[in-house]
Design a protein around this ligand. Structure first.
Ligand code: SAH
Ligand code: SF4
Ligand code: F3S
Length: 471
């Protein structure tokens, strides 16, 4: 068999796309290999969201060129493919900067990979069309063995692209216009996943709560209605969705958090900033107070819900006062976790042309302050779990023998020590301790004796000087 190495950067959709490309290449006689060395085909699935992400791709391509040259000297042909959002945004420019690249393929052309690879054998090839036909209908379904190898949690793209055009963001240009997969197609995929042991699905899309796919009645179904169907699939115990825009959180979706036990009490709902002036300049089309009221409604439906957000600091024109409003919002909502980034001007986006760019040193300072607040709230959320009993879905081996690791409904990592459980079990766990990145617990109903396994005792947690909550 020929070998393919796939490396994905960026968001969950790239992880999903990487798997689908592995599936399509599997049908062409390729098996996946974990390292680029020795591979016949190396595929970089790239991200264009910030400048740093793009620079990473070119650094990586330099290394791959060296591998290609070394393998050539030993008589092995290696082809290098650049896929994903850098492929879409930069197209043939990639091959000008790195001539070792054989094929550039944008996210809407993955289903044509076999023929494009064929063509790339004769000449360098670029396919960055954004066609209207449904690529999902042309991608092969994953085989049971591939599903099992990927574990019991899976991403399923239900929506792709974005029509929101936030002033800073490349996604509407790299992923194209919003497209929703038909319900029947999604359900067939999820049923197939469940039949091979998947219990936990995250429905993904750049703007997933704008989902409006064709339902069985020929009408457009919203995300809530789709989730009601997914919740009926035997074996699917946990459902999440990501990423949502505040303006598309409709009543049905909020109600689904109350009505469907399978819908996990976790919501990633990026707000980006706490200042109305900046939100307006970002073209987010809502105010900070509208976001606050929305969060209130979500919490009414599901009081224990864990919230998370994305933030950008240093958007052009952001003053100290604007930034303080972001900090105030973070402290008020108390997010369970969040991502935060320094603003990165992206070619072709409206914000890139704005004057008043914030100096780099000030951005660094703001990012550090914001991240300290985010971390404080994350720790507080995790520490509040100590003493509670929660269901943990065991997903993989733990850090040490006899440990298994899984997740709480709130998407926290948990390690437990167990000799009787296996991956895929859902167990009731008493949370005993919150480390910096994981919770540690014991199965409910088991004696409360100190662990005999010294590895269970995280030295950081025993250190009296370590006060996670001191901030
Ligand atoms: N709605 C999308 C957001 C994708 S980008 C989704 O499905 O995930 C993820 C996050 O990157 C955004 O929420 C934003 O916080 C950040 N981001 C996007 N463009 C950026 C830029 N130009 N500079 C810095 N951060 C950016
Ligand atoms: Fe980008 Fe805004 Fe669309 Fe999210 S909603 S993908 S941030 S344009
Ligand atoms: Fe990056 Fe494209 Fe995802 S730009 S974040 S890989 S949609």
């Amino acid at each position: 068999m020929k070998k393919v190495h796939i490396k994905s950067f960026g968001c969950q959709m790239n992880v999903y796309d990487g798997q689908r490309m592995a599936d399509i290449l599997g049908e062409q006689g390729f098996e996946e290999t974990p390292t680029p060395e020795g591979a016949d085909l190396i595929l970089l699935n790239t991200c264009h969201i910030r400048d740093r992400a793009v620079q990473k791709v070119y650094t990586e391509l330099g290394k791959l060129r060296d591998i290609k040259t070394a393998q050539k000297a030993q008589g092995q042909d290696t082809r290098i493919v650049v896929a994903g959002c850098v492929a879409q945004a930069e197209g043939a420019e990639i091959q000008r900067r790195q001539p070792a690249v054989d094929l550039v393929v944008g996210p809407q052309a993955y289903h044509r990979l076999p023929e494009l690879l064929e063509q790339a054998q004769r000449r360098r090839t670029v396919d960055t069309d954004l066609p209207i036909d449904d690529k999902f209908g042309h991608l092969p379904a994953p085989k049971p063995a591939a599903i099992r190898a990927r574990g019991i949690s899976a991403f399923v793209t239900v929506q792709e692209g974005c029509d929101k055009f936030c002033a800073f963001c490349v996604v509407p240009y790299t992923r194209g216009a919003e497209f929703s997969r038909p319900v029947a197609q999604i359900m067939a995929e999820i049923e197939r996943l469940a039949a091979s042991g998947v219990q936990d699905v995250t429905l993904i899309g750049q703007n997933v709560n704008a989902y409006h796919g064709e339902g069985s009645d020929g009408r457009a179904w919203g995300l809530a209605r789709l989730m009601h169907r997914v919740a009926e699939v035997q074996g699917i115990h946990r459902i999440r969705y990501s990423t949502s825009h505040p303006n598309d959180m409709d009543d049905d979706l909020i109600a689904a958090h109350r009505d469907l036990p399978q819908v996990m009490p976790f919501l990633h709902l990026p707000v980006q900033a706490g200042s109305d002036r900046i939100l307006l300049a970002m073209n987010r089309k809502h105010t900070a107070d509208q976001y606050r009221r929305l969060i209130e409604r979500v919490r009414q439906a599901r009081p224990d819900i864990a919230l998370s957000s994305d933030f950008i600091v240093g958007f052009p024109g952001e003053s100290d006062a604007d930034f303080e409003e972001t900090i105030a919002l973070v402290d008020e909502i108390g997010f369970a976790s969040s991502y935060s980034f320094k603003y990165s001007p992206r070619p072709g986006t409206p914000a890139a042309d704005l004057r008043e760019q914030v100096p780099a040193a000030l951005m660094d300072e703001r990012l550090q302050r914001l991240q300290a607040r985010i971390e404080h709230h994350r720790q507080a959320f995790n520490h509040a779990m100590v003493g509670r009993t929660v269901e943990v879905l065991l997903e993989r081996a733990g850090r040490h023998p006899r440990q298994l690791a899984g997740k709480t409904p709130y998407l926290q990592a948990v390690q437990i020590e167990t000799e009787t459980n296996q991956i895929g079990d859902r167990v009731q766990v008493v949370i005993e301790r919150a480390g910096s990145n994981s919770l540690f617990g014991r199965k409910a109903g088991e004696p409360d004796t100190p662990s005999q396994n010294p590895a269970m005792l995280d030295p950081a947690a025993r250190d009296p000087a370590n006060k996670d909550l001191a901030a």
